[in-house]
Design a binder for this molecule. Sequence first.
Ligand code: FMN
Length: 148
Amino acid sequence: MKEFYESEFMIETEVPQGELIISRTDLKGNIIYANDSFSYISGYHPEELIGKSHNIVRHPDMPKAVFADLWQKLNSDGKWEGIVKNLRKDKGYYWVYANISGIFKDGVLIEYKSIRTPISFKDKLRAQNKYDEIRNRDGENIRKVVYS
Ligand SMILES: Cc1cc2nc3c(=O)[nH]c(=O)nc-3n(C[C@H](O)[C@H](O)[C@H](O)COP(=O)(O)O)c2cc1C
């Protein structure tokens, strides 16, 4: 098991109530649009986000299985929703509830969009515990806090 964690990973950016973090991707998950909230909360300039894979904000606490489920649901139902912990450019993190769905043109799926809203502290704790269990089960990295 890898020891990923340093104290720099521990600073949370809280998404303010009423904030909507919006992005659009192509069908492979490459970012083609990022709103100001996405840029501000993730700590990236919009130009650093456009053209990148959405995994640019992937946090190591997120189990692989969650994204496998996300892509399977997008392929079968065209939508997915759930809680995501994302990584900021400065290695801090932010929690969101993400609602992802397809964008259609003349009945053909052309892009995906994701609209994210804040979650409660209780939901963050619940999700953290659940994701820790899944990573543990799947033999992925575990969290280790290093004091210096
Ligand atoms: C519209 C859309 C939004 C996404 N938003 C996120 C996100 O906020 N954070 C994230 O880690 N992955 C997000 N993903 C999933 C990523 O594309 C990617 O599958 C995930 O980060 C895991 O990385 P990997 O596929 O390289 O293993 C999104 C995908 C789509 C289609």
